[in-house]
Design a protein around this ligand. Structure first.
Ligand code: SF4
Length: 684
């Protein structure tokens, strides 16, 4: 049955995790594809933000990769697919024969579908390694770790719909939905705000969300734990805890209370740089609301203490009984359109599909039965660890749709490392900075040309549908992976369409088991969806948590300053965040004329008093310097930051801010500390 109707094809925006639906229809020109609103779309009801509205600008872009490229004598030459596949399989086999399977690494991508990521991690495991990861390691790995440890599932507890309808208080910490998830903000949060919900935003930077908020707590970067400890101490001292909930549904409460016995709230407020009375007001609003919901983003997760940061949000929700009901919960706003699904399907070094830990023998055997081969049990390396090991223990890399040379912290070192690889293959739609170093570059189809499923920020699995033909000599990521898998292993990769892969995903993942392409239809379904009559869960933990004993875990955490603090040589804290107009490393968004018109280049926010002291004029170019590199950007002199803090964005390859950021990792989740690096500002 054709997926196309007269007014187009229903599909999903390729950018952020909100998962907005839109209609695509082909234009008169060859390759032209246009957007129409999809008014019945389950998440966005027709609305799109500037990125979604401009998303077709990358589809027929003149710089699209159209043919496979092979490096010869230092230069790329066009090659046939057969030549490219032969080289890839020869090199992968050589590396495994000479050095063993753990000498290869595999990077999946949250820009790709569940089916594509599932096949990539299956390829890695069949090859014999758990060295496979995806970009959630850079964004919400610590959130997933904390939620899984303490509540049982690594995902948003509630749904945007129930939050809009039932939340009385929105506690938004380290997230800026008005700019980073614009439709979630405009369709859900803003409507609740207009209907009198109270909004607290905790963030070191003044942004559109903080301007909408009733109360903005402008913390110093890296002080989220002491701020939340002040809140928790106030909740305990004022008896705002939900004793019945704590008694029935949590464990660790008494030990948690002990950690705050000697806690000095005044000293902690000083560390955070936030007036005590503002924290008091925020604590009271949250704790005394009928339903209060927490939202969290990378301002919390991208720290060396990211897992503990999120644990403290969980402590807040558990202490006040704000879980298991509409309008409550701990809700990570996910970055890319399929970052949730990419984790769900096991594109992670430490879990197989459905979050099966690699050391869970019983469940691993169930997957082995479906796949027909033994899974590797040696712990894998995360993506940052793979980059750090390049040239030492890792000698080959398979990259699907990622650009680590711009996205990973300490990016100069990442580049130096990747240059030492014996072999790298990159499949992408444009020649990224990472692809420029590859031995083989494979031209993939774009979001408008392929089908599959993606899982949005509130666990809704939705179908993307191909709206236009496959251009030039490009191939779907899925077809590329089935070809490589079949050439390498002979069997296990014979899938002729995304639906066939999804059928296997259902077999190995109980939380997707009740879904079929037919059932997903146009509305999608929210996981967990265990059988064919299950309508999915709009909010989790109604009766019990998904931990081994069904209880939510409270655990006190202490302030851990950023691993690199300002000193005489590097007197500023550099912090970073995303913009409304751009996306990740800019591979797509900086090629979009509409988005570039709005924000054509990178910039750094500098406080007016710091600017005056250093002699910086507004819009003057300055050099940002850290222990790892230097980058020239335009200075925006404004009060969006406090003195001593500078703020910039990671989207621009010509001023790559991640050359400056610190690659120290959270010990639990291995997420890097992007959010606080020591830096200085030089003026020529
Ligand atoms: Fe796309 Fe996110 Fe914008 Fe929706 S909010 S249109 S999903 S970028």
């Amino acid at each position: 049955m054709s997926e196309k109707s007269e007014d187009g094809v229903n599909t999903i925006c390729p950018y952020c995790g909100v998962g907005c639906g839109l209609k695509l229809h082909e234009g008169d020109e060859q390759g032209e594809v246009n957007i129409k609103p999809w008014f019945e779309a389950p998440v966005n009801e027709g609305a799109l933000c500037i990125k979604g509205g401009a998303a077709t600008e990358v589809v027929d872009h003149e710089e699209r990769l159209m043919d496979p490229l092979i490096r010869e004598d230092g230069e790329f030459r066009e090659a046939t697919w057969d030549e490219a596949f032969e080289l890839i399989t020869d090199e992968m086999q050589r590396i495994r024969d000479e050095r063993g399977p753990d000498a290869m690494g595999f990077f999946g991508s949250s820009k790709c579908t569940n089916e594509e990521n599932y096949l990539l991690q299956k390829l890695a495991r069949r090859y014999g390694t758990n060295n496979v990861d995806n970009c959630t390691r850079m964004c919400h790995a610590s959130t997933v770790a904390a939620l899984r440890q303490s509540l049982g599932m690594g995902a948003m507890t509630n749904s945007m719909r129930d939050l809009r309808e039932a939340a009385d208080v929105f506690w938004i910490q380290g997230a800026n939905p008005a700019e980073q998830h614009p439709i979630a903000h405009s369709q859900y949060f803003r409507q609740a705000i207009l209907e009198d919900a109270f909004v607290v935003q905790v963030d070191p930077h003044v942004n559109k969300t903080s301007r909408d908020a009733d109360l903005h707590l402008q913390v110093k970067p890296g002080t989220d734990i002491p701020l939340l400890n002040v809140v928790l101490k106030m909740i305990l001292d004022n008896d705002w805890v939900d004793e019945e909930f704590i008694e029935a549904r949590t464990e660790g409460y008494e030990e948690f209370v002990e950690t705050l016995d000697e806690f000095d709230s005044e000293e902690a407020a000083e560390i955070c740089g936030v007036p005590l009375e503002d924290i008091q007001r925020a604590a009271e609003e949250y704790a005394t609301a009928e339903n209060a919901a927490i939202f969290t983003g990378m301002g919390m997760s991208q720290h060396a203490c990211g897992t503990d940061n999120v644990q403290n949000l969980i402590n807040l929700a558990l202490a006040t009984g704000n879980l298991g009901r509409p309008g409550t919960g701990v809700n990570p706003l996910r970055g890319q359109n399929n970052v949730q699904g990419t984790c769900d399907v096991g594109t992670m070094y430490n879990t197989f599909p459905g979050y099966i830990p690699i050391d869970d023998d019983e469940k691993r055997k169930e997957v082995e039965e479906v796949w027909g081969f033994e899974l590797p049990t040696t712990p894998g390396l995360s993506n940052v660890e793979i980059s750090k090991a390049a040239g030492d223990t890792v000698h080959g890399l398979y990259v699907m749709g990622e650009n680590p040379i711009i996205s990973e912290p300490n990016a100069n070192e990442v580049k130096r490392r990747l240059e030492q690889l014996e072999f790298m293959v990159v499949q992408d739609i444009f020649m990224s900075e990472t692809a420029e170093l590859a031995d083989v570059v494979l031209p993939a189809t774009s979001w408008a040309e392929r089908g599959g499923t993606v899982t949005n920020t509130d666990r809704r699995v939705q179908r993307m549908r191909a709206a236009t033909r496959v251009p030039g000599n490009t191939r779907h990521d899925l077809d590329i992976l089935t070809e490589v898998g079949t050439r390498l292993f002979g069997d296990g990769f014979e899938f002729d369409a995304p639906e066939a892969v999804f059928e296997e995903i259902r077999q190995v993942m109980p939380i997707y088991h009740g879904m079929t392409y037919d059932r997903l239809g146009l509305e999608g379904l929210q996981w967990p969806c265990y059988d064919k009559d299950d309508e999915g869960d709009p909010y989790l933990y109604q009766e019990t948590f998904e931990t081994a004993n069904g209880l939510g875990k409270m655990r006190g955490v202490e302030h851990q300053p950023p691993k690199e603090v300002p000193d005489e040589e590097y007197p500023f804290v550099l912090t970073t965040a995303r913009l409304e107009e751009h996306y990740n490393t800019g591979t797509m968004s900086t090629r979009s004329p509409t988005l570039n018109r709005r924000t054509p280049e990178n910039f750094v926010d500098v406080h007016p008093e710091d600017a005056e002291r250093l002699g910086i004029e507004d819009e003057q170019y300055v050099k940002l310097v850290s222990r790892r590199g230097e980058v020239v950007v335009k200075a925006n002199v404004n009060e969006n930051v406090e003195q001593g803090v500078i703020w910039s964005t990671p989207h621009f390859a010509d001023s790559p801010i991640n050359q400056l950021t610190n690659d120290v990792l959270d010990p639990v989740a291995k997420i890097p500390e992007y959010k606080a690096s020591a830096a200085r500002v030089d003026v020529d």
